[in-house]
Design a protein. Structure first.
Length: 190
């Protein structure tokens, strides 16, 4: 048995072209580790997907490791822009472990990339944040994008700020914040 920790795919600036990035840590060996490495190093190949599938079919995995391997395979699907299969893996992971923050966050990101489900993406990202993901900056950033797409400008601004604060030195949220202007208005009391 090996312990695993999945991480999150990073959403590009306002969902422009590009693939998701992942960063994960896993301890142990076997096909589950190979699946993790494929996701970690962005190997969106059929061989990578085969390794993950074989890990799920052939290895004896704890419930948590099975869910993590599904998330890792989902990340590879997402890198290959196969969002429906990515979502199927994230949903399967959540059926095993509904408290797996990274599955919720990655599900939200996949929904944003696929399009047409911005409210559902926002809900998934908020759930993931409430469960304390290993990389909250990614969840805040992605939720900022969802909020912006839904017209929630103030919430988007606040989430970009939270992403920047959660990972000082990460330029992407700082760049997005430059697009906003903040106006102070007097509060009427009466």
């Amino acid at each position: 048995m090996h312990k695993s920790r999945v991480a999150v795919a990073v959403l590009g600036a306002l969902l422009v072209a590009g693939t998701a990035k992942a960063a994960m840590t896993i301890v142990g060996g076997g096909l589950g580790r190979e699946c993790y490495l494929a996701a970690e190093f962005k190997r969106e190949t059929s061989m990578s997907l085969d390794v993950c599938t074989r890990a799920l079919q052939q290895e004896t995995l704890s419930r948590r490791d099975r869910a993590a391997t599904l998330v890792n395979r989902g990340i590879i699907h997402m890198q290959a822009k196969d969002f429906d299969r990515a979502l199927a893996d994230y949903d399967a992971a959540l059926r095993i472990d509904p408290r797996l923050a990274e599955a919720h966050v990655n599900r939200g990101i996949a929904l944003l990339y696929r399009g047409g489900a911005d409210r559902e993406a926002l809900d998934a990202l908020s759930t993931g944040l409430a469960l304390r993901p290993s990389r909250p900056e990614v969840a805040y950033y992605s939720r900022a994008v969802a909020n912006e797409m839904l017209g929630n400008v103030r919430a988007a601004y606040e989430d970009y700020q939270a992403a920047a604060a959660a990972k000082p030195g990460w330029e992407e949220p700082v760049e997005q914040l430059k697009r906003f202007s903040v106006e102070r208005r007097p509060v009427s009391r009466g």
